[in-house]
Design a protein around this ligand. Structure first.
Ligand code: GLN
Length: 392
């Protein structure tokens, strides 16, 4: 790149004349930047996401409730926003932190800019942040609370406010984002020619009750495309009522917050053990671990991205996965019931478990991807095979 090009790019950036914004972390580190999206003040646990694309799926993932996400990829906004790549109908994260925001977008499906989208949903963003320094800081010191402000620029006052935010540990956020009533889901996976197909329920062979703890839509689409007739139910939907539907299997979804305080949900899950095949993803995996008598722990900074290597211990195949979690199951606490099903090859954390006797398994990562590679899609087929075997 020539100096003239860089100068011209800088001039465009300066001309945009975005309002000043500050990011302050609870441990006192301050980052100066410019506002984009909504303005005002917002706070949450700051986590970094290493996905190079797919910011729209990240923004609409309910599991980010209570968190502010920084993308390690440097240029964000260049594919705009489209009406299709959504994982829920809302933006649940509380702030969005990027290195360079690009207002000029280009994608054949895009209908609006990221800035306009954040404004529409009232999400505060900050750009011009040295996200590499921020990420290294979070990696060294651990994920922590932070605050973004476009109205208060006093570091002392901001740090004080950041320290006053409750810690993510101990927070039940999932029961606040679940659906209010049961519903059927019949949309399958997107493809270039047909978009999202509607599938006839009569063609779906396996009746699945899916517990919604903040479920990502692509999980539902993956279940349907694998042949499941899905009834989505609220987080605290009684097990007896679910069993009365006589499902072939129970699915436990992803979701925000700490699984440990979700006592009612954990008790409920216990009723399915030994009665129905169970498959859990992310928060669902953690809740299952707790229901089986294990414990969960908070990781230093977790794993958030779409490029994380995982080994399936059954086949010893390596898959590149999408992940988004701050908590983890302590597999040693479950040695009475489960064995390690999948392992994260970056940090050797527990990526999945398999019950030793019962048709129950779960993964910490996201086989539905969105965003991310499709390497782990096979897990939905594994769930279907498990239900088929159990039927016989
Ligand atoms: N994506 C998820 O389901 C996240 C689970 C949980 N909230 C965690 O941070 O570990």
């Amino acid at each position: 790149m020539t100096a003239a090009f860089l100068e011209a790019a800088q001039a465009i950036y300066d001309r945009e004349n975005y309002m000043k914004a500050v990011l302050a972390l609870a441990d006192g580190r301050i980052f100066m930047g410019k506002a984009f999206g909504a303005t005002g003040e917002t706070s949450g646990e700051v986590v970094f996401n290493t996905a190079m694309s797919g910011y729209q799926e990240v923004l609409t993932d309910p599991s980010y409730k209570g968190q502010m996400v920084t993308m390690t990829y440097t240029q964000i906004g260049n594919t705009g926003i489209n009406p299709e790549d959504i994982e829920s109908n809302q933006l649940y994260l509380s702030g969005f932190i990027v290195r360079e925001y690009l207002d000029c977008y280009s994608n054949w499906r895009a209908t609006m800019s990221l800035d306009a989208y954040l404004k529409e949903h009232g999400v505060v963003g900050i750009q011009g942040i040295d996200t590499r320094a921020l990420t290294r800081h979070l990696r060294d010191k651990g994920a922590q609370n932070g605050i973004i402000s476009t109205i208060d620029f006093d570091p002392e006052s901001l740090v004080k406010k950041a320290r006053a935010i409750p810690s993510m540990s101990g927070l039940d956020l999932a029961t606040g984002v679940t659906c209010s009533a049961p519903y059927h889901w019949t949309e399958g996976l997107w493809d270039l020619e047909n978009g999202y197909p509607q599938v006839d329920r009569r063609d779906l062979k396996y009746k699945v009750v899916a517990y919604d703890f903040g479920i990502k839509l692509n999980i539902l689409r993956c279940l349907v495309s694998a042949g499941c007739d899905v009834t989505v139910v609220p987080a605290t939907f009684p097990a007896e009522a679910a069993l009365a539907m006589n499902p072939d299997g129970i699915f436990l979804s992803n979701g925000p917050g700490d699984p440990e305080p979700m006592k009612e949900v954990i008790e409920n899950i216990k009723h399915f053990v030994g009665k129905k095949p169970i498959f859990g993803i992310c928060l669902g995996h953690q809740l299952l671990g707790l229901a089986l008598g294990g414990r969960t722990i908070k990781l230093k900074f977790g794993n958030h991205g779409s490029n994380l290597p995982v080994m399936d211990m059954k086949t010893r195949k390596v898959e590149i996965t999408a992940q988004n979690h701050g908590f983890s199951v302590d597999i040693l606490s479950l040695s009475h019931a489960c064995q390690l099903g999948h392992e994260n090859l970056n940090d050797q954390t527990v990526e999945g478990m398999q019950h030793k006797e019962l048709p129950i398994f779960s993964v910490q990562h996201h086989p539905e991807a969105s965003p991310g590679p499709h390497d782990s899609h096979y897990l939905f087929d594994r769930f279907v095979e498990m239900m088929e075997k159990f039927k016989k």
